[in-house]
Design a protein. Structure first.
Length: 125
């Protein structure tokens, strides 16, 4: 997906809580901020995550160069260490351990990955 498609994906992410067993026992809020504007809050609550738009307070902040980079991290397509080394994302203020744990677990099994049918539909358009 290119940057524009990833930004559109952010707009259509289904609302509500999603199961993420790898984060069982973890609680907190990680805010993803795009340098060009836009913020998303990932609420983590004992194995469940919920993505919301907006700038609510959070225990950890991840600053990304674009909304597309936020989408890549949320979908588990980007490794946070590589993103940091290439200057596309960085742990900002707050609990960096929480931010890194959450983003690494997204990489291992993101609930925001779309199914094969959804990818086929996008390719047909």
């Amino acid at each position: 997906m290119n940057a524009e498609e990833l930004e559109k994906w952010m707009e259509r992410v289904p609302k509500g809580k999603k199961k993420m067993p790898a984060l069982k026992g973890v609680r907190g809020r990680v805010k993803f901020e795009a340098e060009g504007g836009g913020a998303y809050l990932l609420q983590v609550d004992d194995g469940e995550v919920e993505l919301r738009g907006g700038g609510d307070s959070a225990e950890a902040v991840v600053i990304c160069e674009s909304k597309a980079e936020i989408a890549r991290l949320l979908r588990g397509e980007a490794h946070p260490v590589v993103e940091a080394l290439q200057g596309r994302a960085a742990a900002g203020q707050g609990d960096r351990e929480l931010a890194l744990r959450v983003v690494l677990e997204l990489r291992g099994g993101s609930p925001f990955i779309e199914g094969k049918e959804a990818r086929k539909k996008e390719g047909a358009k």
